[in-house]
Design a protein around this ligand. Structure first.
Ligand SMILES: NC(=O)c1ccc[n+]([C@@H]2O[C@H](COP(=O)([O-])OP(=O)(O)OC[C@H]3O[C@@H](n4cnc5c(N)ncnc54)[C@H](OP(=O)(O)O)[C@@H]3O)[C@@H](O)[C@H]2O)c1
Length: 285
């Protein structure tokens, strides 16, 4: 078989939030490209069920490990389990995250009364919940490549970290204050970390992000769709500002993710790729 630039056969991917709406689509894309996938999230039953579904879908190997992305000890224990079972980590996708209701202004709420605790909570989940997995897994990903280089072994594939941002990082979405600030910092961290890891490991470890537009998930379903499936007022506003005129399908993230993780993107680091049907490009006029 001809080697494809996009082939991930033999690579091991860790996907935080891999049991969620977007994360599970990311896992399916990685599996289709040939990777083995380890899902990390808090709910044990859900990560195990999600891993089983990937095996049934033909994954070379899949596993689910319960871990909270805000708990460094749990991440370190998960990393040790991954290394014991798979021997390596090539890809890290940080898909755990999302908005928190209390950090969003309800109609009529004042920004001046937004609870500080809610703002901190959404910041923690999205920013700290990306920083800690990058520290725990990024270190072993980089060091393994450095060791191989020092031992004169043929270079292993470059490692790839992909963070999940949001259109909310670049465009002000009314009411969504804490989440937007948190995702903007995820994008800044993506660029900073890309520079730092290139300084440490050359082309051996890259960091990029995907900024999805609007996809129907558990967190936003009630905000965007009424019970009968029609658009809410908010849903209508979003569609009106999306030149393609529809929400995204979660599986439409896979192509960008596989590209960023593969040799096809081997000179790409520190970028944020929108997958948004044109939302970010549109002025609204
Ligand atoms: N849906 C959209 O339209 C959209 C658009 C732009 C960006 N995004 C971003 O895409 C990512 C995924 O969103 P989604 O819609 O797929 O969300 P989702 O369906 O609610 O899934 C969230 C996932 O994260 C896990 N998670 C939450 N808190 C965690 C923690 N502390 N530690 C470990 N895992 C945790 C959840 O599992 P447990 O609860 O079991 O831990 C679940 O697997 C998020 O970063 C979100 O901000 C989504």
């Amino acid at each position: 078989m001809q080697h494809s630039l996009y082939d991930l056969t033999g690579r091991v991917a860790v996907v935080t939030g891999g049991s969620g709406a977007l994360g599970s689509a990311c896992c399916r894309g990685l599996v289709e490209a040939g990777a083995s996938v380890v899902i990390l999230a808090r709910n044990k039953q859900r990560v195990e069920d999600a891993a089983r579904a990937l095996e049934e879908a033909g994954a070379a190997a899949a596993a689910g490990i319960p871990a909270d992305v805000l708990e460094k000890d749990q991440l370190a224990a998960a990393r040790d389990l991954v290394l014991k079972r798979f021997g390596r980590v090539d890809i890290l996708v940080n898909a755990a995250g999302g908005n928190i209701k209390s950090a969003t202004l309800k109609p009529g709420d004042s920004i001046f009364n937004l609870p500080e605790t809610a703002f901190r909570q959404v910041f923690d989940l999205n920013l700290i919940g990306t920083v800690l997995p990058v520290q725990i897994f990024g270190e072993v990903m980089g060091e393994a490549r450095k060791r191989a280089g020092q031992a004169g072994e043929s270079a292993p594939c470059a490692g790839s970290i992909v963070n999940i941002s949001s259109m909310a990082a670049a465009r002000a979405l009314t009411r969504v204050v804490g989440y937007s600030a948190a995702k903007a910092s995820v994008e800044n961290f993506t660029r900073w970390m890309a520079v730092e890891l290139a300084r440490l490991f050359g082309d051996g470890l890259r960091v990029n992000a995907i900024a999805p537009g609007f996809f129907i998930g558990e967190q936003n379903r009630n905000l965007l769709l009424a019970e009968d499936g029609s658009l809410t007022e908010r849903g209508r506003q979003i569609i009106d500002h999306t030149p393609m005129g529809r929400f995204g399908e979660v599986d439409e993230l896979a192509g960008t993710l596989v590209w960023l993780c593969s040799d096809a993107a081997r000179f790409v680091t520190g970028v944020v790729v929108p997958v948004d049907g044109g939302f970010g490009a549109f002025s609204g006029v």
